[in-house]
Design a protein around this ligand. Structure first.
Ligand code: MG
Length: 383
């Protein structure tokens, strides 16, 4: 074989393998059919793929909004620096610092508003604290307030390395009310464990937040907070009981669906870096594929759209072939009605009447069995 023939052969092989891939890539109905709450079948090849997200060398996803990257520019662009924020500044080492002792200062808020989100933020305390034994809530207190400080939800920031059972009885132990130590949903739920690093070291929060869901004044779902501290799970999908406050239980109440992210000013020195956020869709916005939130009308609308697309690809709906019957079987899995139903039943009848091979009959029947067990058709149609 000369070089030209080799190339031709390789090209032919590529076409064959491409065809094989295509054939495998859409085998038709393969798992349980769509139903009233699910617009897609199980293992549905028609279901849209997710978008690609790449991750930078520094770990930032390409679809994240970078709120602070160490530069003065990102501070100016993303954060409100109005009167009351004089305690906040970008430091020469590229950290965003809040300085205690600045009277009249307040929280730092983002210009953009957010609701449900994934948030990454790193923080550290000074290498030494003025008092090792002062009131524990004054030891490097700040906080990450999802949806702001007026009605939002605080993940506490506090120096809490020695606020753990293992340190109790030692000279380093720092007592603090447990639902107010680092990693807590403040005043509500303590961290499950204490993975905090030593004073002065950088700490990492990765937070997944879903706000409470309301229909008017009726609470549909209390929302949730999942928090990793230094890669260790400390809040496991905690469902919120209230809005953050101090010393009281403050019930959940409806509020705007988006609000600025806020970092708390609490008269302490704390440093932040690498802050990025990814707005997330609400789990409860999924109206087309969910046993919890699926809306039968929205589900049926999408099912009919898929059925129409699949039907449009069929060149001869009257063909009595296994391939055509399977193609129509997939269509009726989405919408067993009108011309789809009529064409499917007619093609199926003609298929059986044409005395198909055992292999073809087995092939078709295996698809029909999915429709039968999914209650799309009755078992009497399978011969
Ligand atoms: Mg706080």
């Amino acid at each position: 074989m000369n070089m030209h023939e080799m190339l031709k052969s390789a090209a032919a092989l590529a076409i064959v393998s491409q065809a094989a891939v295509s054939a495998v890539a859409h085998p038709g109905l393969y798992g349980d059919a769509p139903d009233a709450k699910h617009a897609w079948a199980v293992h549905d090849w028609n279901r849209p793929k997710p978008h690609r997200v790449s991750v930078s060398d520094s770990g930032v996803p390409s679809d994240a909004i970078v709120l602070f990257d160490g530069s003065e520019k990102s501070f100016k662009e993303n954060w409100n620096r109005k009167k009351g924020c004089r305690a906040w500044s970008v430091e020469p080492d590229g950290s965003l610092a809040v300085h205690g002792g600045r009277r009249g200062s307040g929280p730092l808020t983002t210009k953009q508003s957010f609701g449900d989100c994934q948030l990454h933020i790193e923080f550290r305390h000074p290498k030494s604290l003025a008092s090792n034994k002062g009131y524990a809530q004054d030891r490097g207190n700040s906080g990450v307030f999802l949806m702001g400080t007026s009605f939002g939800y605080e993940v506490q920031v506090l120096e809490s390395y020695n606020s753990c059972r293992e340190a109790k009885g030692t000279k380093d132990y720092v007592d603090v009310y447990t639902d107010g130590q680092c990693g807590s949903i403040y005043a509500e739920n303590p961290p499950m464990v204490n993975p905090m690093k030593k004073l002065g070291e950088w700490q990492v929060y990765d937070i997944v937040f879903h706000q409470p869901v309301w229909e008017g004044n009726k609470l549909v779902h209390p929302g949730s907070m999942t928090v990793f501290m230094n890669g260790v799970l400390v809040q496991d999908h905690w469902e919120m009981e209230g809005q953050t406050t101090h010393r009281k239980r403050r019930p959940l109440q409806p509020h705007p669906k988006a609000a600025p992210l806020a970092l708390q000013y609490h008269n302490s020195d704390v440093f932040f870096r690498n802050i990025w956020i990814r707005p997330l869709p609400s789990r409860w916005d999924n109206k087309t594929h969910s046993s919890m939130s699926g809306d039968p009308e929205a589900v049926m609308k999408l099912r009919r759209e898929t059925a129409a697309k699949l039907y449009a690809k069929i060149s001869d709906p009257g063909a009595a072939t296994a391939a055509n019957v399977k193609a129509l079987a997939e269509v009726v899995a989405y919408a067993n009605e009108g011309k789809y139903k009529a064409d499917f039943e007619k093609a199926l009848k003609n298929f059986y009447a044409a005395k198909p091979s055992d292999a073809d009959r087995k092939d078709v029947n295996s698809t029909l069995e999915i429709l039968v067990r999914s209650k799309v058709i009755g078992a009497e149609l399978v011969k």
